[in-house]
Design a protein around this ligand. Structure first.
Ligand code: PEP
Length: 248
């Protein structure tokens, strides 16, 4: 039986004061949550989040990492640095990184490998743009993104990873995939993995991300292949985030 995982992606939001208030609010409501919960925060706040969440039921992580282990890579952050702050998770291949920073499928696979080599659980984001959906190539795009990682690290690596299906047209737009639309792609991803390894496929946590909020979480998380959510905007409000966690 897969456990639900609800993870907040704070993106480039927050301050010491705002984070303190947000985390205090979430911690106060965690008693009624049975899902696994995590927050993926900006690098400078990892120490704050570690101090605040150590010993709690909430895990934490980052939103990006370098594919390199160490060296002359100005501005980069390695997987081992994230381990120093007891991160459990790191997001790789978020559509904002693919689109704004030009991250290719191959680079995303290298980052995924670097995360796993350090014992971090990568949250691998995949998903199609609106053009790609309208061109009826959603499955081909998601398959290509998954294949890059499977080619580099093997299907067995997915036993130590989370996949987040995030249709790009639904991220930060207020437009959510319908439960049927999301379920169809989640089922496709699981079936694709099942062709290679049935046990890994059954255990694989596949989150949905894209304007998930309290008002649509119950229906989305009720789908058989939706195992949690990767939450952007709604993760910045304690009550909204908790409501999604309770739906999980
Ligand atoms: C995200 O950035 O991963 C995301 C899903 O954002 P939002 O919930 O704001 O659409």
């Amino acid at each position: 039986m897969r456990r639900k995982l609800v993870a907040g992606n704070w993106k480039m939001h927050g301050s010491l004061a705002e984070n303190e208030a947000l985390l205090s609010g979430i911690l106060a409501g965690m008693g009624s949550v049975t899902a696994d919960v995590a927050v993926c925060v900006p690098f400078p706040y990892l120490a704050q989040v570690q101090a605040k969440l150590t010993g709690s039921a909430i895990a934490w992580g980052a939103q990006n990492l370098s594919q390199q282990a160490k060296g002359a890579f100005t501005g980069e952050v390695s997987a081992n640095m994230l381990k120093d702050f007891a991160c459990a998770y790191v997001i790789v291949g978020h559509s904002e990184r693919r689109a704004i920073y030009g991250e290719s499928d191959e680079l995303v696979a290298e980052k995924y490998a670097a995360a796993q080599a350090a014992g971090l659980t990568p949250i691998l984001c995949v998903g199609e743009t609106l053009n790609e959906r309208e061109g009826c190539i959603t499955e081909a795009v998601v398959a290509r993104q998954m294949d890059a990682v499977i080619a580099k690290c093997g299907v067995s690596s997915l036993a130590r990873a989370v996949v987040a299906y995030e249709p790009v047209w639904a991220i930060g737009t207020g437009v959510t995939a319908t439960p049927d639309q999301a379920q169809a792609v989640h089922a496709f991803i699981r079936a694709k993995v099942r062709e290679l390894d049935a046990v890994v496929a059954e255990g694989l946590v596949i989150q949905y991300g894209g304007s998930m909020k309290a008002g649509n979480a119950v229906e989305l998380l009720g789908q058989p292949d939706i195992d949690g959510g990767l939450i952007g905007g709604a993760a910045l409000n304690a009550e909204e985030f908790l409501a999604i966690c309770r739906a999980g």
